[in-house]
Write a protein that binds this ligand. Structure first.
Ligand code: GAL
Length: 764
């Protein structure tokens, strides 16, 4: 291939990561799977890239998971990986296009340089042409840790050794946190014709209408010389019966660079269903298969009957501002009336909001009645005026998992409006929290504080007080973020040595929730001893204690020093128990299913926080994508977080809330498990191969039982009651479907999709 054409292809192919979402079949022999176990050495030396180096004494490492999990926990530095493989020319001969190769290395945390047979091949997923030297590859923002590394090279590139042994050496630099090569199975193979078909199915979500699930997306020919001519086949199969029940064939004729829209319209399903999009080029034996999962809605439509939703208990301190929008559902108009309000509170019946201040300590049983044309419901809301707040896990929205540092005032207000307009507030969602990115940047020439030392906001947040007021006007609560260090994790101004002053600013703005993130306090702390870990959190606790507001105090220091053992002692209402979550099954699984040791420490007023939700459109800003969790994984996520009594903070763009996500977040029976007033965190009662059974005791004496399938195959699982610590004879309700399953003796058979769950309420 001529050089310029090759460079064009190379750029085009570097932009995409087809290997994540598609696989090419019947081309097996033109793909070489590289070993998962590579040679590994910590440190940095130019000789590590050379072919001749004797690496026989190097350690072995699995490139499927980060190095921290393999004995290199404190390694925030350089290390090298090496692997050898042979490259028979038959790989090229049997391929359809014969012109380029792609090397897939999975993800690398944080930065990499890749050497092929002693010569630089590329860095951070960018391929370099032969002879070009590598620029400063380790100093780029943002860190490319989440990026799949695909390197594409001409088949006649001088760096390849056909019919000989080849060596790949990867120089990795980890800036902090987890490090190393950590996902996927590395492979090298010929670029196939299907690789030029870029499918946008991952960037669009299904909508539902009248029993039909539909979406559209573009497919594009990203080559500049190959014409794509063939068929694009959409198939759907039920995962339990393995039966294909839908097949639709679309003709594709795409000149180089052209694109077309694909419409997918499938009858709505009520259980796990896999879609395949298959591209077949005329004349080629291979087919490229993209997998998509059809979302399925489990929560029944909200009933027309009036219903009062949680929380059933609220704690506030004497004399502090009180604000609560009563979550009710049912056919509009709904009339809410209230009896037994404690002195100091008033009820705005038009907006359904209780507000005021109560001076006298005590427990007040407030009677709520809601009526409409269909009926009437009533219940008790217990208000406890005392020392404790956050008596049930906080529920709300936080800007980080969607907007990252690109958050601004409009996005925050828009989120608050969606809470009300799309009805989330009627199911108990109420905090609207700004994460990092509202302060002045640490390296900005602008003053970070005013002449009196008050923290300034950046141009994206022109008026924090009016933002707080607007959120409160909707009956919602307002959260903010800072760090005990001089800078936040994102490099913005933080609260070190201004704690009291910042707490006062927050109170003036009407803040109800503070996330206090360790970040640059690492430079201030002498060490990681317990007194040093606790110190900054005591300081802010005392500062918050002085202001005229109840501010939920959220500690964020990633679980250091077993924070769950002392988070409550430093005044925390919740504390992060882990590093940051991301929207992958690996992340969800390793975080969620490891919340075991901390269980005894969670409870009313002080909760373990396994990080925010990764459903809906996420992306850590500014560019978002639909969560990469499958629908089954998302049911698992919400079920597990509910069982764990975890704070529920939605991390998605609420303006792009799709039907599935809205449905997932508004199941009152599932939310009630999370908000149960006993506040007892679930524990795994037994593990049976891939199945984990987690049980949470509820206030009414019943139990919530999550039966999870962590494996890669569907299961018809027989849950034995005695193994789960349940009585022999029980009544079982399916909480996602809000449906009685009946009475069972000794066992029940449950269908479990891959990475899926059955969430049950079990009573005698
Ligand atoms: C991280 C924290 C994230 C987010 C981010 C902001 O340390 O874990 O949740 O707050 O900082 O920079």
């Amino acid at each position: 291939m001529n050089r310029s054409r090759f460079i064009f292809n190379l750029i085009a192919l570097s932009l995409i990561v087809l290997l994540i979402s598609c696989r090419t079949q019947d081309q097996k022999n033109s793909q070489i799977r590289l070993s998962e176990v590579w040679k590994f050495k910590t440190g940095d030396d130019p000789s590590y890239l050379t072919i001749g180096l004797d690496d026989s004494d190097w350690k072995q490492i699995n490139v499927g998971q980060n190095w921290d999990n393999q004995g290199y926990k404190e390694l925030d530095n350089f290390a090298w990986y090496r692997v050898r493989f042979s490259l028979p020319s038959s790989v090229k001969d049997i391929s359809f296009l014969k012109d380029s190769l792609k090397l897939y290395l999975g993800k690398i945390d944080d930065c990499d340089e890749v050497y092929l047979n002693g010569k630089i091949l590329g860095y951070n997923g960018i391929t370099l042409t032969s002879g070009v030297s590598v620029p400063d590859s380790f100093n780029i923002e943002p860190s490319p840790w989440y990026k799949e590394r695909v390197y594409v090279i001409s088949a006649d590139d001088e760096r390849l050794l056909w019919d000989k042994e080849n060596l790949i050496a990867v120089r990795v630099w980890d800036r902090g946190g987890l490090g190393g090569m950590y996902s996927g199975i590395p492979a090298i193979g010929m670029v196939d014709v299907g690789d030029y078909l870029e499918s946008g199915h991952r960037n669009s979500t299904f909508a539902f209408d009248n029993g039909v699930a539909y979406k559209s997306f573009n497919v594009k020919n990203i080559s500049n010389h190959v014409k794509l001519s063939g068929v694009f086949i959409v198939t759907a199969k039920n995962d339990f019966t393995a039966k294909e029940f839908f097949r639709h064939i679309i003709k594709i004729d795409l000149p180089a660079g052209a694109e077309t829209k694909i419409f997918v319209e499938i009858p709505e399903q009520n259980e796990s269903t896999t879609l395949n999009y298959i591209y077949k080029q005329k004349g080629s034996a291979s087919e490229t298969v993209y997998t998509d999962i059809l979302p399925y809605i489990l929560t029944p439509a909200v009933s027309e009957n009036p219903r009062i939703n949680g929380p059933e208990i609220i704690g506030a301190r004497p004399g502090k501002p009180f604000l609560h929008k009563i979550p009710v559902t049912g056919k509009e108009p709904l009339k809410i009336s209230i009896a037994n309000l404690p002195e100091g509170l008033t009820f705005d019946s038009n907006r359904g909001i209780i507000s005021g201040r109560v001076s006298n300590r005590g427990e007040y049983d407030v009677k709520i009645t809601v009526e409409n044309s269909v009926g009437k419901a009533s219940g008790i809301l217990k208000i406890i005026i005392g020392d404790q707040i956050a008596l049930t896990p906080p529920m709300g929205w936080n800007s980080w998992n969607c907007w990252g540092l690109s958050v601004d005032q409009e996005k925050v207000i828009a989120s608050a409006k969606v809470f009300v307009e799309k009805g989330l507030a009627n199911h108990g969602w109420n905090y609207i929290n700004i994460d990092d990115g509202w302060e002045i940047k640490g390296d900005s020439p602008e003053p970070k504080r005013d002449d009196d030392g008050n923290i300034r906001t950046n141009e994206k947040f022109p008026d924090m007080k009016s933002l707080g007021d607007s959120i409160h006007f909707l009956g919602l609560k307002f959260g903010i973020y800072t760090s005990p260090g001089p800078l936040t994790c994102g490099g913005y101004t933080a609260s070190y040595q201004y704690e009291i002053q910042d707490a006062r600013s927050f109170a003036f703005w009407g803040v109800d929730y503070l996330k206090y993130d360790w970040c640059s306090y690492g430079q201030i702390a002498k060490d990681h001893s317990l007194p040093e870990l606790k110190k900054p959190y005591f300081v802010m606790r005392d500062a918050l204690g002085e202001v005229d507001r109840d501010i939920v105090y959220s500690l964020c220091q990633y679980g250091m020093g077993n924070v769950y053992e002392w988070g409550a002692e430093v005044g925390g209402n919740l504390w992060r128990t882990t590093g940051d979550i991301t929207d992958t099954w690996g992340s969800l699984k390793s975080i969620g299913f490891n919340q075991v040791k901390n269980a005894p420490y969670g409870g009313p007023g002080h909760w373990n926080d396994p990080d925010m939700l990764v459903v809906g459109w996420v992306g850590w800003g500014p560019n978002l994508h639909p969560t990469r969790l499958t629908p089954n994984e998302q049911y698992t996520h919400i079920s597990l977080w509910s069982l764990l009594s975890a704070p529920l903070l939605i991390g998605c763009d609420l303006e792009r809330l799709d039907d599935f996500t809205l449905n997932l977040l508004t199941n009152d029976e599932v939310i009630a498990v999370n908000q149960d007033i006993l506040g007892k965190q679930a524990t795994p009662v037994f593990i049976d191969g891939d199945v984990q059974v987690w049980v949470k005791e509820l206030y009414d004496g019943t139990k919530a039982v999550g039966v999870f399938n962590l494996g890669e195959s569907i299961l018809d699982y027989k849950l034995l009651f005695n193994k789960a610590g349940l009585p022999d004879k029980v009544k079982v309700r399916d909480l996602w479907r809000q449906k009685e399953l009946g009475s069972f003796e000794k066992s029940i058979i449950i269908k479990l999709p891959v990475h899926g769950v059955s969430l049950l309420k079990v009573s005698e």
